[in-house]
Write a protein that binds this ligand. Structure first.
Ligand SMILES: Cc1ncc(COP(=O)(O)O)c(C=O)c1O
Length: 379
């Protein structure tokens, strides 16, 4: 097979933690975006009916995917804006004078956002550190730091640097006893690992669609459960936050009863249109088979890493791992060079510092893993 074909067949594609792929993605996305363009550019008066229908389908499919009851989920541009919207909506007493607990291996953008907001909303951002020499924050350490003064805890279900999967049931059960609001970032899990907003019941969920769900950038979501939803007053609001978006009396703004209160101005639709084919594809799959495939290839990577003396930066126990296997290179090894060598063999991975991230997904094959072994052997 030519190099061009290898890159196209996805056999050596290990970037599902970044951008997910499924067979036929390019064609289906192009068709969906072309349909959107045709509908948007038609000289009639139904453009918004068509466009908002596309957005609603995106919301409905996402709601089904994570078990969110109707009216508790809306779109956001990305995970950071979803969290920003949520924080700006919480009753003041949930934040002022309280701690907002987060683990040090959260996605950095969440931390950048929260550290910038802490002064204004009067909370202390408390970051549970990764222990020296380790690659993820232990659940035990989160639990120890999670005392009654925690107003909100943001849990990262699966981390982006170690693919550590926390014990969500245990953390949520603990947080409930502390009376905290509990949110979860499911970006690195959704589409691969089962997740249901009711089991265990969380107060809010943030994510986006481009990773294991294989969709496009710009297609984030915010889910807010009752009874929290009813008391949220989003600071970022606009005409689309209202039950009746055409209520334009300047003195009579009123929030929609449901998650639409988290909308603001005219919503972005193109990312929803571009993402629907992937969501539809995913809904047709046997999700346990997708996970089984990932688990099998992940085990092969772990064995190769062990055989060639690479140090694992992800949990060995797959019950504690998401879909990725991270390898920690020694300080004197050049991660950039290794990623480039992999690419020469049509193996696509990336690195964060000395951590090589390998995420075998739906199109990755045993043969791709074989090529990976060949390169790692000589590395
Ligand atoms: C756990 C996690 N959260 C969030 C994000 C992305 O956040 P945003 O959509 O704000 O860029 C990523 C991206 O890799 C991630 O891994």
């Amino acid at each position: 097979m030519s190099a061009q074909n290898k890159a196209m067949d996805g056999s050596g594609y290990f970037l599902y933690h970044s951008i997910g792929m499924y067979p036929g993605k390019a064609v289906e996305m192009a068709e969906a975006l072309s349909d959107f363009s045709t509908g948007w550019a038609r000289c009639d008066n139904e453009q918004w009916v068509r466009a908002l229908g596309v957005r609603q389908e995106f919301i409905d499919r996402w709601s089904t995917l994570i078990g969110a009851p109707a009216g508790t989920l809306t779109t956001s541009e990305n995970v950071t804006t979803a969290l920003n919207s949520l924080i700006g909506a919480l009753p003041a007493e949930r934040l002022r004078g309280r701690r907002l607990l987060i683990a040090g291996d959260c996605f950095p953008s969440m931390h950048f956002l929260l550290s910038g907001l802490s002064e204004r909303y009067g909370f202390v951002l408390d970051t549970v550190p990764v222990r020296p020499g380790e690659h993820w924050v232990r659940d035990d350490d989160v639990i120890e730091a999670w005392t009654d003064d925690v107003g909100v805890c943001l849990i990262t279900y699966v981390t982006s640097t170690a693919s550590h999967r926390c014990d969500l049931g245990r953390l949520v059960a603990h947080g409930r006893k502390r009376g905290s609001l509990i949110g979860v970032d499911v970006t690195q899990a959704v589409g691969l690992l089962p997740f249901d907003v009711m089991r265990p019941a969380v107060d809010f969920t943030i994510s986006t669609s481009l990773k294991w769900l294989c969709a496009t950038p710009g297609a984030g979501i915010l889910h807010v459960a009752e009874p929290l939803l009813a008391v949220c007053r989003p600071e970022l609001r606009g005409w689309f936050s209202q039950g009746n978006i055409f209520s334009w009396d300047l003195d009579r703004f009123s929030y929609a009863r449901d998650a639409r209160r988290f909308d603001n101005g005219t919503p972005s639709i193109i990312a929803c249109a571009g993402s629907l084919p992937a969501l539809k594809w995913h809904a047709r799959q046997d999700t346990s088979a997708l996970l089984t495939h990932n688990r099998k290839l992940s085990r092969m990577i772990v064995e190769i890493a062990q055989e060639f003396g690479f140090s694992l930066a992800s949990p060995l126990d797959e019950a504690e791992r998401g879909g990725s296997v991270m390898l920690a290179l020694p300080e004197d090894r050049d991660a950039v060079e290794l990623v480039a060598r992999l690419a020469q063999a049509d193996l696509y991975a990336d690195h964060r510092g000395q951590i090589i991230r390998l995420s075998p997904g739906f199109m990755t094959t045993d043969e791709g893993i074989g090529r990976l072994a060949d390169v790692l052997k000589t590395a």
